[in-house]
Ligand binder design. Structure first.
Ligand code: SF4
Length: 326
């Protein structure tokens, strides 16, 4: 605790910054958005990373940018194309907000704002995201505190200060973007939630919590649920339905029809996890002359992949494509 208070009360924690940044320079993970200085590309990465694991974002980031390489191309694209490209990342409200913000900026004819205050006025950009974009892309000295940084700061300071204020005092004003990313990297790779790797921590000598037994975080049991879908085929075509525009979750997205009765042949079983729930999914197959419901369409697989599909539907169709010649 004394070490922690000293870190802040010195008023100039330059040794901490130096050690942290030198560790980050040597040990940062190679991620596609690292070293990027274009505001649009950083914005896209920060929105994707809000609620999606790094490993998944790594797979989707490049494709999204190839499809929409700049603000103008994103603003010009119809929303369904953007949602289709977002499929698999989940939390589609982020894609809707990203698209809406791009259109606002395109209408103004202006570039991406360079300050956190102006960025936070756009849809989908909260306090953390605004600070992350402005510091990484434009060098604004703003501390960005996500869940990882909050944990690191609390441990460093023994829970002695407000994480945002403390992070602002620790921030390196010369390299604010790198400093914020270094704090996030420390939280993601070393100062882990359940078992911090204090032996390998570059800033252990500054830390109020180092070597102390941490309070056990209660682990919440994940909910389990069953779902069943129908895979209806007519030749090489598959029937899909659109979710209502008024649906609370994934409005307007396309998916396989639900199976209310679970009789028939099970074509595949899979598990799909969304937030705190694991879905155990059964897909029932049927072929022949089935009439499409009003909000359904028969489509061949290549066409269908260009629709804004729910993540689960995309997963089922990818599995189907890998198992058959569709
Ligand atoms: S010494 Fe341990 S608790 Fe402190 S910041 Fe490093 S990993 Fe976290």
């Amino acid at each position: 605790m004394k070490r922690a208070l000293k870190l802040l009360s010195s008023g100039n924690p330059s040794a901490f910054r130096r050690v942290l940044l030198s560790w980050y320079d040597k040990h940062q993970r190679a991620l596609p958005w690292r070293g990027e200085s274009d505001g649009y590309r950083i914005w896209v990465s920060e929105i994707m990373l809000q609620q999606t694991r790094v490993a998944v974002v790594q797979q989707r980031y490049g494709n999204f940018l190839r499809r929409f390489p700049d603000l103008r191309s994103l603003a010009r694209a119809p929303l369904p194309r953007v949602l289709a490209e977002w499929s698999g990342l989940g939390y589609y409200r982020r894609a809707r907000n990203l698209h809406a913000a791009a259109r606002i900026l395109a209408r103004r004819g202006g570039p991406i704002p360079r300050t956190a205050v102006a960025l936070a006025e756009l849809p989908g950009i909260g306090r953390y995201t605004a600070a992350a974009i402005s510091s990484i892309a434009f060098g604004e000295p703003q501390a960005a505190v996500d869940g990882n940084v909050e944990r690191v700061v609390e441990r460093l300071l023994g829970g002695a200060a407000d994480p945002w204020q403390a992070a602002a005092r620790l921030l390196d004003a010369e390299r604010p973007g790198d400093f914020n990313q270094a704090m996030m990297e420390l939280g993601a790779t070393t100062c882990l939630p359940a078992k911090p790797r204090c032996q390998a921590c570059p800033v252990a000598k500054f830390c109020g919590q180092c070597g102390q037994r941490l309070k056990r975080m209660p682990t919440r049991r994940r909910k389990q649920a069953k779902q069943a879908y129908l895979l209806l085929r007519r030749g090489s075509k598959i029937l899909l339905q659109q979710r209502p525009a008024s649906a609370r979750l994934m409005p307007g997205m396309w998916e396989l029809p639900s199976a209310h009765r679970t009789g028939g042949t099970v074509k595949m079983r899979l598990r799909h996890s969304i937030t705190d729930t694991d879905y155990h999914v059964s897909v029932f197959a049927s072929e022949g002359s089935i009439r499409a419901p009003l909000n359904g369409i028969w489509l061949a697989l290549p066409t269908l992949q260009r629709l804004p599909l729910t993540g689960l539907t995309r997963k089922i169709l990818q599995r189907l494509a890998s198992e058959t010649n569709l």
